[in-house]
Design a protein around this ligand. Sequence first.
Ligand SMILES: C[S@@+](CC[C@H](N)C(=O)[O-])C[C@H]1O[C@@H](n2cnc3c(N)ncnc32)[C@H](O)[C@@H]1O
Length: 261
Amino acid sequence: MVSDWQMVDEGWGRKAVDFATLNEPSNCREYVTLHQQLDVRDGDRLLDIACGAGLALELARARGASCAGIDASPRLVAVARDRVPDGDLHVGDMRALPWADGHFDVVTSFRGIWGTTPEVIAEVHRVLAPGGRLGLTVWGHVKRSPGFWALEPLTLAAPPQVRHQAEMVALGRPGAGEELLEAAGFVDVRRVDITFAWEFADPEHFARALAAVGPAFEAIQAVGEDAFIEHARSVAREHVREGLPLRAEIADVGYLARKPA
Ligand SMILES: C[S@@+](CC[C@H](N)C(=O)[O-])C[C@H]1O[C@@H](n2cnc3c(N)ncnc32)[C@H](O)[C@@H]1O
């Protein structure tokens, strides 16, 4: 039987190269900010959960960390392996991490653990060494964000899938992450605002980049690829600024915590 996580690649992996080159580079602001907050440094054994195409791992590697990652999408993990050849990279389910207890000094996850997957937090706690640091990000109040327009085309998905997206994002609500992490035994839990901005050359590039994310696949299943692309292009046209990139700033929440020593 095929498990639910094995279906993830259908959405996230189908345009892995577009995702890695057109979409993920904009996330670097978030990666750099969280690594800085966690003080990722030489010799840290770091795991990135739902590592996608591995850009965050490549940046952690540049800070001297020895890197491991897991993602459900084989096609994204293939890109991550290309970027971090000495990384310990696995295709798998984040709810069953293939590492021993206490194996890592740092665990990160960038919009990979959501309100719909709270059980992953117990796994994070298990694989962290005593005193280990956790940093994860989730969307904040996206509808109030100046860059909400860039996510709006994803709401073309069927209503149950749009509801599921809302349940995922619920982890960003004030108090939600703090409660989850403290209940799992983490201490020094802190919520921080993270800089997050996507930039694109023009509406055409934006539409192609957005079409590469998993939730876009759900929207494409509902309305078809051509209609999705045309909708995304027309939304973006309203935000074109002469001589500047298209820029979408989106509220992003970081949770920092520590496993007791
Ligand atoms: C929003 S993307 C974030 C990817 C990456 N962290 C980034 O910053 O671009 C969510 C990721 O979660 C992965 N994913 C979804 N369900 C998963 C599961 N059960 N186990 C592992 N990875 C999963 C997807 O393949 C996708 O790469």
